[in-house]
Design a protein around this ligand. Structure first.
Ligand code: C2E
Ligand code: CA
Ligand code: CA
Ligand code: CA
Length: 269
């Protein structure tokens, strides 16, 4: 009876119940976010050794009418679980390509590339390659200025299909980055097979890169791994001048983080 009471307690836990209700109402609002034009794109610069901007990572935000600006960490998983990510991802892709095409008409930005985050559901969709090619063709954005960021866990299953899709897009000029590198399974054998261009070193290895601990060793190893595979290494989450200097000394050539700029609304750039 006691155990049953405990079960009952957990089922009717008011904290849990309100969390479930909050998720349900968030989902209801999320279904309306695209038609109500509440999604916005922010961009964060990726710089070279001199600090010059080379690229922008496009980061999604949701301008919720009452909750304020909602970060992707709070709604991407929900969008994936409920089949909303295809429409949202397509919107990100098309808006980014339109912006890239506009950058091409501005001499100060015509060499910039833009990186977008692709969800596993998008990559697995049979129409993915065509959706990317169509977005490029319809906006006039050059394919070589678009980068797609994938994560390791997405590349562990359906490997041959994934390689085929990546190869078709790469033949068109699209580049690929492996995001959050070092946090996943990091099987080195699959790395060689994948048609990648960049490894993005997860920011957890950058935090203490200028210190005495192991993070410097890991960052150094990832950078030399990237170099020996012919990939470029991008350091994420660079927050201080010390980290920037340490990474340059390790042979890294591309950097992203609050030290260079926070994500800003694309419309304000
Ligand atoms: P991510 O791809 O690893 O993006 C980098 C995250 O680190 C961003 O968080 C960015 O604001 C944050 N960041 C950048 N520099 C620094 C720094 O110096 N220090 C610290 N502490 N953080 C920094 P954000 O914008 O909240 O995005 C979180 C995640 O949401 C992204 O992680 C990405 O996985 C996902 N995401 C964002 N936009 C999209 C999208 O359009 N589609 C999909 N599928 N996922 C997205
Ligand atoms: Ca990313
Ligand atoms: Ca990342
Ligand atoms: Ca991440």
């Amino acid at each position: 009876a006691k155990a049953q009471g405990r079960n009952r307690l957990s089922v009717f836990d008011p904290g849990l119940e309100s969390a479930i209700l909050a998720q349900a109402s968030l989902l209801q609002d999320l279904r309306q976010a695209l038609p109500r034009r509440e999604l916005v794109l922010h961009a964060q610069p990726i710089v070279d050794e001199t600090g010059a901007v080379r690229s922008q990572e496009i980061l999604l935000r949701w301008a919720h009418p009452t909750r304020g600006l909602v970060s992707p960490g709070e709604f991407i998983a929900l969008a994936e679980q409920h089949g909303l990510i295809l429409d949202i991802g397509n919107w990100v892709l098309r808006r980014t390509c339109a912006w890239l095409a506009a950058c091409g008409r501005d001499p100060a930005r015509s060499a910039w590339t833009a990186a977008i985050n692709v969800s596993v559901r998008q990559l697995r969709d049979p129409g993915f390659v065509d959706a990317v090619l169509r977005a490029l063709a319809e906006t006039g954005a050059p394919a070589h200025r678009l980068r797609l960021e994938l994560t390791e866990s997405m590349l562990l299953t359906e490997v041959d299909e994934t390689i085929a899709k990546m190869s078709r897009l790469r033949e068109a000029g699209v580049r690929f980055a492996l995001d959050d590198f070092g946090t996943g399974y990091s099987s080195l054998s699959y790395l060689r097979r994948l048609p990648l261009d960049e490894l993005k070193i997860d920011r957890s290895f950058i935090a203490d890169v200028a210190g005495e601990g192991n993070d410097g060793v890991i960052a150094r190893t990832i950078i030399s791994l990237a170099n020996s595979l012919g990939l470029s290494a991008v350091a994420e989450g660079v927050e201080t001048a010390e980290q920037f200097e340490a990474l340059k000394a390790l042979g890294c050539h591309a950097f992203q983080g609050y030290h260079f700029g926070r994500p800003l609304p694309l419309a304000d750039l």
